[in-house]
Design a binder for this molecule. Structure first.
Ligand code: PEP
Length: 252
């Protein structure tokens, strides 16, 4: 029922030319893929070139961030209207690097989530606990709070496109991964909270991705459990072969 989604977050890497040459090398490597949706989220300045290059392929292109207002005096920001107009289909919201370095909060995540839905962009809402929170036994309450604040005031009637990404902060870019048991347990907590905040039906259909040092050799074990519906991949999505291996290893 929930199709696997494997998304690459390129962070602040790659020029427009590097983005399109990645795609040229990558497409033949995933030519037999039908089991997963594939998404690439390049830097904002690479969106036009990559969207153009990915047209008529099965690879979707998304942004890594956006403002929640349609327009205004917000120097340096990009509006959801512009992102949608460029042809992007998805947007990452509340990535832990945005929360850590750019003051993203649960309040702005909620505003951005509403704006994404209003512009028919598929939002991928990133949540996850810090190491100290896990070690203090706070993981479940942190995940419940982040999920419920993200979904506050969201009308269930328009919530179906929402995707969550569980990304334990201690596993991002560190080479440390959650065990499959830890990841599955966290995803179940999030799914239960989605049922409370929205509806049980939406909780059953909304996809929850795992993110945090996903690599070709751990992708299958981490991304294909009962409540895990794919992956958000940082470092390992920068190389066409390793990103394709992640996708191909999650088949079946
Ligand atoms: C990310 O950027 O969302 C991420 C999970 O990064 P990495 O795979 O490098 O840990």
């Amino acid at each position: 029922m929930r199709k696997l989604l494997i998304a690459g977050n390129w962070k602040m890497y790659k020029t427009p030319h590097e983005s399109t040459s990645f795609l040229t090398k990558f497409l033949p490597l995933v030519k037999d893929n039908t089991h997963a949706e594939i998404l690439l989220c390049p830097a904002m300045t690479c969106l036009p070139a990559l969207i153009d290059a990915a047209r008529s392929t099965s690879v979707a292109i998304g942004a890594q961030n956006m403002h929640w207002k349609d327009e205004g005096a917000y120097t340096g920001e990009t509006s959801p209207a512009v992102i949608a107009n460029l042809g992007a289909t998805h947007v990452l919201i509340g990535h832990s690097e945005r929360r850590q370095y750019f003051n993203e909060t649960d309040t702005t995540v909620n505003l951005k989530l509403k704006a994404a839905l209003a512009h028919s962009l598929i939002p991928i809402v990133c949540i996850g606990e810090h190491l100290e929170e896990r070690e203090s036994g706070l993981t479940n309450s942190v995940l419940e709070l982040q999920t419920s604040l993200a979904l506050e005031g969201i009308d269930p009637a328009i919530a179906a496109p929402i995707v969550f990404a569980y990304e334990p902060v201690w596993a991002i870019g560190t080479g440390r991964t959650a065990t499959p048991e830890i990841a599955q347990e966290a995803h179940l907590i999030i799914r239960k909270q989605i049922a409370k905040s929205l509806t049980p039906e939406l909780a059953a259909s909304i996809r929850i991705l795992y993110g945090g040092s996903v690599k070709p050799d751990n992708a299958k074990a981490l991304c294909c459990l009962e409540d895990i519906d794919g992956a958000l991949v940082g470092g390992a999505s920068l190389d066409p072969q390793s990103f394709a291996d992640i996708i191909n290893h999650t088949k079946g």
